[in-house]
Design a binder for this molecule. Structure first.
Ligand code: MD3
Ligand code: FE
Length: 217
Protein backbone atom coordinates (compact mmCIF):
# COMPACT_ATOMS: atom_id res chain seq x y z
CA UNK A 1 0.00 0.00 0.00
CA UNK A 2 1.30 3.47 -0.84
CA UNK A 3 0.97 6.42 1.48
CA UNK A 4 -0.29 9.61 -0.10
CA UNK A 5 0.69 12.70 1.85
CA UNK A 6 -2.28 14.52 0.36
CA UNK A 7 -4.90 11.94 1.33
CA UNK A 8 -7.41 12.56 4.04
CA UNK A 9 -9.42 15.46 5.37
CA UNK A 10 -7.57 18.68 5.92
CA UNK A 11 -5.02 17.98 3.20
CA UNK A 12 -3.79 20.92 1.22
CA UNK A 13 -2.35 19.25 -1.88
CA UNK A 14 -3.97 18.04 -5.08
CA UNK A 15 -7.09 15.88 -4.70
CA UNK A 16 -8.71 13.89 -7.44
CA UNK A 17 -12.41 13.27 -7.84
CA UNK A 18 -14.47 11.58 -10.51
CA UNK A 19 -17.64 13.31 -11.71
CA UNK A 20 -18.71 10.13 -13.48
CA UNK A 21 -17.24 8.32 -16.47
CA UNK A 22 -14.73 10.45 -18.35
CA UNK A 23 -14.84 13.51 -16.06
CA UNK A 24 -11.95 13.90 -13.66
CA UNK A 25 -11.46 16.84 -11.28
CA UNK A 26 -7.88 17.60 -10.25
CA UNK A 27 -8.43 19.90 -7.29
CA UNK A 28 -5.70 22.52 -6.99
CA UNK A 29 -3.71 21.13 -9.92
CA UNK A 30 -2.95 24.64 -11.27
CA UNK A 31 -2.28 26.28 -7.90
CA UNK A 32 1.51 26.23 -8.03
CA UNK A 33 1.44 28.02 -11.40
CA UNK A 34 -1.37 30.48 -10.82
CA UNK A 35 0.79 33.61 -11.07
CA UNK A 36 2.36 32.51 -14.37
CA UNK A 37 -1.05 31.52 -15.77
CA UNK A 38 -2.59 34.87 -14.82
CA UNK A 39 0.33 36.79 -16.26
CA UNK A 40 -0.05 34.81 -19.52
CA UNK A 41 -3.81 35.55 -19.57
CA UNK A 42 -2.94 39.23 -19.27
CA UNK A 43 -0.47 39.00 -22.18
CA UNK A 44 -3.04 37.20 -24.34
CA UNK A 45 -5.64 39.87 -23.54
CA UNK A 46 -3.26 42.66 -24.61
CA UNK A 47 -2.94 41.10 -28.09
CA UNK A 48 -6.57 39.95 -28.38
CA UNK A 49 -8.73 41.82 -25.85
CA UNK A 50 -11.68 40.26 -24.02
CA UNK A 51 -14.96 40.97 -25.80
CA UNK A 52 -18.63 40.13 -25.38
CA UNK A 53 -19.55 38.13 -28.46
CA UNK A 54 -23.01 37.96 -30.00
CA UNK A 55 -24.95 34.71 -30.28
CA UNK A 56 -26.58 33.68 -33.57
CA UNK A 57 -29.89 34.65 -31.93
CA UNK A 58 -28.64 38.22 -31.36
CA UNK A 59 -27.89 38.07 -27.63
CA UNK A 60 -24.74 39.55 -26.09
CA UNK A 61 -22.90 36.89 -24.09
CA UNK A 62 -22.46 37.86 -20.43
CA UNK A 63 -19.09 36.08 -20.40
CA UNK A 64 -16.26 38.07 -22.02
CA UNK A 65 -13.98 35.92 -24.19
CA UNK A 66 -10.69 35.80 -25.98
CA UNK A 67 -8.56 32.97 -27.40
CA UNK A 68 -5.02 31.87 -27.96
CA UNK A 69 -3.50 29.13 -30.08
CA UNK A 70 -3.91 28.42 -33.79
CA UNK A 71 -7.71 28.41 -33.55
CA UNK A 72 -10.17 30.48 -31.55
CA UNK A 73 -13.84 29.88 -30.83
CA UNK A 74 -16.08 32.72 -31.97
CA UNK A 75 -19.78 33.42 -32.28
CA UNK A 76 -21.64 36.11 -34.18
CA UNK A 77 -24.96 36.45 -36.02
CA UNK A 78 -23.76 33.90 -38.60
CA UNK A 79 -23.10 31.12 -36.07
CA UNK A 80 -20.52 29.38 -33.89
CA UNK A 81 -17.17 28.33 -35.34
CA UNK A 82 -13.42 28.14 -34.90
CA UNK A 83 -11.51 30.90 -36.70
CA UNK A 84 -7.75 31.24 -37.28
CA UNK A 85 -7.98 35.04 -37.25
CA UNK A 86 -9.30 37.21 -34.41
CA UNK A 87 -12.19 39.02 -36.12
CA UNK A 88 -11.74 42.07 -33.86
CA UNK A 89 -8.00 42.49 -34.42
CA UNK A 90 -7.82 41.10 -37.96
CA UNK A 91 -4.76 39.08 -36.97
CA UNK A 92 -4.10 35.49 -35.89
CA UNK A 93 -4.82 34.78 -32.23
CA UNK A 94 -1.83 35.10 -29.88
CA UNK A 95 0.31 32.02 -29.59
CA UNK A 96 -0.58 29.59 -26.84
CA UNK A 97 1.71 30.41 -23.88
CA UNK A 98 4.11 27.58 -23.01
CA UNK A 99 2.79 27.46 -19.43
CA UNK A 100 -0.75 26.86 -20.78
CA UNK A 101 0.31 24.04 -23.07
CA UNK A 102 2.40 22.35 -20.41
CA UNK A 103 -0.39 22.42 -17.83
CA UNK A 104 -3.03 21.15 -20.28
CA UNK A 105 -0.85 18.26 -21.41
CA UNK A 106 0.08 17.26 -17.85
CA UNK A 107 -3.54 17.33 -16.69
CA UNK A 108 -4.75 15.34 -19.70
CA UNK A 109 -2.01 12.73 -19.19
CA UNK A 110 -2.94 12.43 -15.52
CA UNK A 111 -6.51 11.64 -16.58
CA UNK A 112 -5.38 9.03 -19.11
CA UNK A 113 -5.17 11.15 -22.28
CA UNK A 114 -1.52 10.93 -23.27
CA UNK A 115 -0.50 12.99 -26.28
CA UNK A 116 -3.24 15.63 -25.93
CA UNK A 117 -2.22 18.51 -28.22
CA UNK A 118 -4.65 21.40 -27.92
CA UNK A 119 -4.67 23.83 -30.84
CA UNK A 120 -7.18 26.19 -29.21
CA UNK A 121 -7.62 27.78 -25.80
CA UNK A 122 -10.81 29.71 -25.13
CA UNK A 123 -10.39 32.15 -22.24
CA UNK A 124 -13.64 33.04 -20.47
CA UNK A 125 -13.92 35.98 -18.06
CA UNK A 126 -16.92 36.11 -15.74
CA UNK A 127 -17.99 39.25 -13.91
CA UNK A 128 -20.61 39.05 -11.15
CA UNK A 129 -23.91 37.89 -12.67
CA UNK A 130 -22.26 36.39 -15.77
CA UNK A 131 -23.34 32.84 -16.56
CA UNK A 132 -23.20 30.20 -19.23
CA UNK A 133 -26.42 28.43 -20.18
CA UNK A 134 -26.52 24.65 -20.62
CA UNK A 135 -24.80 23.68 -23.88
CA UNK A 136 -22.67 21.03 -25.54
CA UNK A 137 -19.20 21.69 -26.98
CA UNK A 138 -19.50 20.23 -30.46
CA UNK A 139 -17.77 22.67 -32.80
CA UNK A 140 -14.57 20.61 -32.58
CA UNK A 141 -13.72 18.11 -35.29
CA UNK A 142 -12.63 15.17 -33.15
CA UNK A 143 -14.58 14.21 -30.03
CA UNK A 144 -12.02 11.58 -29.03
CA UNK A 145 -9.79 14.40 -27.75
CA UNK A 146 -10.71 15.61 -24.25
CA UNK A 147 -11.30 19.20 -23.13
CA UNK A 148 -9.21 20.44 -20.22
CA UNK A 149 -10.59 23.32 -18.13
CA UNK A 150 -8.73 25.47 -15.61
CA UNK A 151 -10.57 27.70 -13.12
CA UNK A 152 -8.94 30.84 -11.67
CA UNK A 153 -10.26 33.57 -9.39
CA UNK A 154 -13.73 33.62 -7.87
CA UNK A 155 -15.40 30.22 -7.39
CA UNK A 156 -18.38 29.24 -9.55
CA UNK A 157 -21.09 26.62 -9.43
CA UNK A 158 -20.67 24.43 -12.49
CA UNK A 159 -23.65 22.48 -13.84
CA UNK A 160 -22.88 19.03 -15.20
CA UNK A 161 -25.82 17.56 -17.07
CA UNK A 162 -26.38 14.50 -19.18
CA UNK A 163 -26.57 13.55 -22.84
CA UNK A 164 -29.87 15.42 -23.30
CA UNK A 165 -30.62 19.02 -22.40
CA UNK A 166 -33.55 17.95 -20.20
CA UNK A 167 -31.41 15.58 -18.10
CA UNK A 168 -30.86 16.70 -14.51
CA UNK A 169 -27.60 18.47 -13.66
CA UNK A 170 -25.14 17.91 -10.84
CA UNK A 171 -23.75 21.05 -9.19
CA UNK A 172 -20.00 21.17 -8.74
CA UNK A 173 -18.10 24.04 -7.13
CA UNK A 174 -15.00 24.96 -9.14
CA UNK A 175 -12.43 27.08 -7.32
CA UNK A 176 -9.15 28.82 -8.04
CA UNK A 177 -6.63 26.27 -9.28
CA UNK A 178 -9.07 23.46 -10.05
CA UNK A 179 -8.51 21.60 -13.31
CA UNK A 180 -11.05 19.28 -14.93
CA UNK A 181 -10.48 16.84 -17.77
CA UNK A 182 -13.59 16.00 -19.78
CA UNK A 183 -13.18 13.11 -22.17
CA UNK A 184 -14.68 9.90 -23.43
CA UNK A 185 -18.31 9.54 -22.41
CA UNK A 186 -18.28 12.98 -20.67
CA UNK A 187 -17.14 14.85 -23.77
CA UNK A 188 -20.60 15.61 -25.16
CA UNK A 189 -22.49 16.07 -21.91
CA UNK A 190 -24.49 19.25 -21.41
CA UNK A 191 -22.88 21.73 -19.02
CA UNK A 192 -23.15 25.33 -17.87
CA UNK A 193 -22.20 27.80 -15.17
CA UNK A 194 -24.54 29.47 -12.65
CA UNK A 195 -24.45 33.30 -12.37
CA UNK A 196 -21.21 34.34 -10.67
CA UNK A 197 -21.61 35.64 -7.14
CA UNK A 198 -19.75 38.90 -6.38
CA UNK A 199 -16.63 38.58 -4.30
CA UNK A 200 -12.96 39.36 -4.13
CA UNK A 201 -10.14 36.97 -4.95
CA UNK A 202 -6.71 38.06 -3.67
CA UNK A 203 -4.98 37.26 -6.98
CA UNK A 204 -7.73 37.90 -9.53
CA UNK A 205 -10.02 40.49 -7.93
CA UNK A 206 -13.70 40.50 -8.81
CA UNK A 207 -13.68 38.00 -11.69
CA UNK A 208 -13.53 34.35 -12.54
CA UNK A 209 -11.28 33.25 -15.40
CA UNK A 210 -11.74 29.89 -17.08
CA UNK A 211 -9.37 28.41 -19.64
CA UNK A 212 -10.63 25.59 -21.85
CA UNK A 213 -8.10 23.71 -23.93
CA UNK A 214 -9.46 22.04 -27.02
CA UNK A 215 -8.37 20.21 -30.11
CA UNK A 216 -10.44 22.15 -32.62
CA UNK A 217 -9.09 20.75 -35.89
C1 MD3 B 1 -18.02 19.24 -19.94
N1 MD3 B 1 -16.90 26.85 -20.08
O1 MD3 B 1 -16.18 27.43 -22.57
S1 MD3 B 1 -15.51 24.77 -18.17
C2 MD3 B 1 -17.04 26.55 -22.44
O2 MD3 B 1 -16.49 27.48 -16.69
C3 MD3 B 1 -17.51 26.21 -21.08
O3 MD3 B 1 -16.27 28.75 -18.41
C4 MD3 B 1 -17.34 26.69 -18.73
O4 MD3 B 1 -18.37 25.42 -20.95
C5 MD3 B 1 -16.62 27.70 -17.88
O5 MD3 B 1 -17.52 25.90 -23.38
C6 MD3 B 1 -17.16 25.33 -18.22
C7 MD3 B 1 -15.86 23.09 -17.98
C8 MD3 B 1 -16.22 22.32 -19.21
C9 MD3 B 1 -15.75 22.65 -20.45
C10 MD3 B 1 -16.05 21.87 -21.53
C11 MD3 B 1 -16.81 20.71 -21.37
C12 MD3 B 1 -16.97 21.21 -19.05
C13 MD3 B 1 -17.28 20.39 -20.11
C14 MD3 B 1 -17.10 19.85 -22.45
C15 MD3 B 1 -17.82 18.72 -22.24
C16 MD3 B 1 -18.29 18.41 -20.99
FE1 FE C 1 -18.66 24.34 -22.83
Amino acid sequence: MTMDLFDGLGGTGPREESLGAGARVLRGFALTQDAELLSAVHDVSLASPFRHMETPGGFRMSVAMTNCGAWGWVTDRTGYRYADVDPVQGRPWPEMPAVFLRLARMAAAKAGFDGFTPDACLVNRYEPGAKMSLHQDKDERDFTAPIVSVSLGLPAVFLFGGAERADSSARVRLSHGDVVVWGGPARLRYHGVMPLKPGHHPRVGGHRINLTFRKAQ
